[in-house]
Design a protein around this ligand. Structure first.
Ligand SMILES: [Zn+2]
Length: 307
């Protein structure tokens, strides 16, 4: 009998213990649910028993969290943060907002479009909707393939750095005029990078340059200094990382895709496809990656405002 009583009392304690266990909960104080890529926030969780809490994040690619609850957002998107202790846990859904939105316009397309459009809002001057572009003197690869290949790599670099990317075109078989490209970028993005490569009759000419509108540009003159700062940052960093010769910045007021812009824009001439050495280099994966890394670094520099 005595044994049974002891056993029953013991079981009662066990049951009560289980009830206490079930009643326990983790409370996360001030659970932030939105945070910008590149930023950190320290979450604080409280457990009634004062036991240690373990932190985890659903996607380590997008964000990280330390065991002190310090969360760092890396890429835009959604993640779930979980504070746990044994069987109990508390989760918070967090939206990571992009640092900024970058439009990437891979210049040209499989077939040019010679029908015309005004070179700027209200202009009577018209130019072809999309020019054919140049091609590699040795590799024979057309410019539109090179620009899209680098655009895809640049997208990856920017996404890894916490930006959202708007690709003006994702394939070669499209027909989007330069004006339409600018309008698409205006609607969605904070800045626009137009990717091109150069061609010229003299095969010894090599190097990279950036084109931006002058202050007296009738359509985008007001954006000239921002475009200049963006051009300088992107071109310098691209030349630093790739070793391309830096030809410098040029003012151009006859570019449709730039003139229709309402956001800071730069047109990057990545190199000369008519120069045998530069043509070959630009067709290698490693060189394209260096170009993309440098340009992404330039975007960071532009937004950080250090020039
Ligand atoms: Zn071009």
């Amino acid at each position: 009998m005595k044994r049974i009583i002891i056993l029953c009392t013991f079981m009662l304690i066990l049951i009560q213990g289980a009830n206490i266990e079930a009643a326990q909960s983790i409370t996360v104080e001030n659970p932030k649910t939105q945070i910008k890529a590149g930023k950190s926030y320290t979450y604080k969780a409280v457990l009634d028993t004062g036991e240690d809490i373990t932190w985890s994040v659903s996607n380590k690619n997008k964000a990280m969290i330390t065991q002190n609850g310090k969360f760092t957002a890396k890429k835009a998107g959604k993640v779930v943060i979980t504070a746990s202790c044994g069987d109990i846990s508390e989760s918070i859904r967090v939206t990571i907002k992009p640092k900024k939105i970058v439009a990437i316009d891979a210049g040209h397309q499989a077939r040019g479009d010679s029908s015309t459009e005004p070179i700027g809002p209200g202009s009577s001057v018209k130019k072809a909707k999309v020019a054919a572009g140049t091609s590699g003197v040795v590799t024979k690869v057309p410019e539109y393939k090179l620009t899209l290949a680098v655009a895809k790599k640049l997208k990856k670099e920017l996404v890894n750095r916490g930006y959202k990317v708007m690709m003006i075109r994702k394939s070669n078989d499209v027909n989007i005029s330069n004006k339409e490209r600018a309008l698409k970028a205006n609607r969605t993005s904070d800045i626009c990078i137009r990717l091109h490569a150069d061609g010229i009759g003299n095969s010894s000419v090599a190097g990279a340059s950036a084109l931006y509108p002058s202050k007296s540009n009738k359509y985008v003159g007001k954006l000239s200094s921002k475009c200049q700062r963006l051009s300088e940052a992107v071109l310098s960093e691209m030349c630093n990382s790739s070793g391309a010769r830096k030809r410098g910045l040029s003012q151009r007021d006859d570019l449709t895709g730039t003139n229709w812009s309402t956001i800071p824009v730069t047109l990057i001439e990545m190199g000369f496809m008519t120069n045998p050495e530069e043509d070959r280099k630009m067709q290698t994966e490693s060189y394209q990656k260096k170009l993309a890394e440098g340009m992404a670094e330039g975007v960071e520099r532009y937004f950080e405002g250090k020039n």
